[in-house]
Design a protein around this ligand. Structure first.
Ligand code: BT5
Length: 308
């Protein structure tokens, strides 16, 4: 959000404040204050007038301004009511040189999972793609996937959802392990350095369970509708913290994962690995104790098996 507009919004939130007072405080013309207030109203902020001036009485449920207002994370928000895929848009922004942008949508019409699988994205979700330009070798980029899983799981647990992470990138709920969140990380880089990483997070928020696959669940189904702007802020803020403190990612991930200690089958590009998942190592390798000894897996589809 533009700086003066953000300051107008903050002053109105602390209001009431009069137009002339605000103009003096921000050192802009009264016409400029008016222009910003009108733009905020158009973005669904409710600004009412009373005897002592103007005051903010309500904030929009979702949207770019709603998420940016009060956000304590280094991301600008680009919001779309509807878009093909936030990851595609984020990749476009990344290739134009952008960084620290979060592309956010209410609905996606052509969203992707891993390996070009379809990702249902009806209106009411949190469809979010983060453009990052970390100073990392490409092999370490998976730590961003784990960081996103940690940020999202903590945020939904705070809403009372019984969520846990299945390696590497799914957030599952309850004993039936229904999928609430999927993460798709994409990147471009040279041999020794990442040029950009796009972390795409798909969270089934205020959506009927019938609108997502049977193996999936939604926040509406689990705990009822939630404030999407607040939840998006919580995810962005925790992710921002973790990307600045990569050492903190694995301990947090281990705490939140339901994969460790379980028998798993992982389909990897090099074949199937079956055994007990015993640990996760930087930057996201799963350590599996198999009949043929320990194996380390960097990528693949993981299935939780019943104990033998
Ligand atoms: C994923 O793939 O889990 C990554 C999903 C990433 C989606 C986000 S949304 C924002 C950004 N923009 C995009 O275009 N993508 C990202 P994968 O592990 O391959 O899982 C895909 C499988 O999950 C599908 O084959 C379905 O079985 C299932 N699925 C599809 N839609 C789902 C949904 N909304 N919720 C839960 N499961 C779903």
């Amino acid at each position: 959000m533009q700086e003066t507009r953000r300051r107008v919004l903050e002053a109105l939130a602390d209001g009431p404040v009069s137009g002339p007072e605000l103009a003096t405080e921000l050192d802009v013309s009264r016409a400029a204050v008016w222009k910003h207030a009108e733009a905020l109203r158009e973005a669904d902020f409710s600004i009412e007038s009373c005897d002592d001036g103007y005051i903010l009485t309500d904030v929009p449920e979702f949207g770019g301004a709603a998420v940016e207002f009060g956000l304590d994370a280094a991301f600008d928000i680009e919001y779309h009511d509807s878009i093909g895929s936030t990851n595609d848009r984020a990749r476009e922004l990344a290739s134009e040189g952008a960084g620290d942008v979060a592309v956010l949508a209410d609905e996606q019409t052509g969203a992707r999972g891993r390996l070009d699988r379809e990702w249902s994205s009806p209106s009411g979700g949190i469809w979010l793609s983060l453009v990052c330009r970390p100073d990392l070798p490409p092999a370490q980029a998976p730590i961003y996937t784990l960081a996103a899983a940690v940020a999202t799981t903590e945020a939904v647990r705070d809403l009372g959802v019984d969520a846990a992470i299945k390696w590497p990138n799914d957030v599952l709920v309850g004993p039936e392990e229904k999928k609430l969140v999927g993460i798709l990380t994409e990147m471009e880089g040279e041999a020794d350095r990442v040029s950009w990483v796009v972390v795409g997070i798909g969270l089934n928020a205020n959506i009927d369970a019938g609108e997502v696959p049977e193996t999936a669940t939604t926040l509406r189904e689990e705990v009822g509708d939630i404030e999407r702007a607040e939840l998006t802020q919580a995810i962005l803020e925790r992710f921002d913290e973790l990307r600045n403190d990569p050492e903190a990612v694995l301990p947090a991930w281990r705490e939140l994962s339901s994969t460790l200690g379980r028998r798993v089958r992982v389909e990897t590009p090099g074949g199937e690995v079956v055994g007990e998942a015993v640990d996760v190592e930087f930057p996201g390798r799963l350590v599996v104790e198999t009949d043929a000894g320990e194996k380390r897996v960097s990528a693949g589809d993981c299935e939780h098996l019943r104990p033998v």
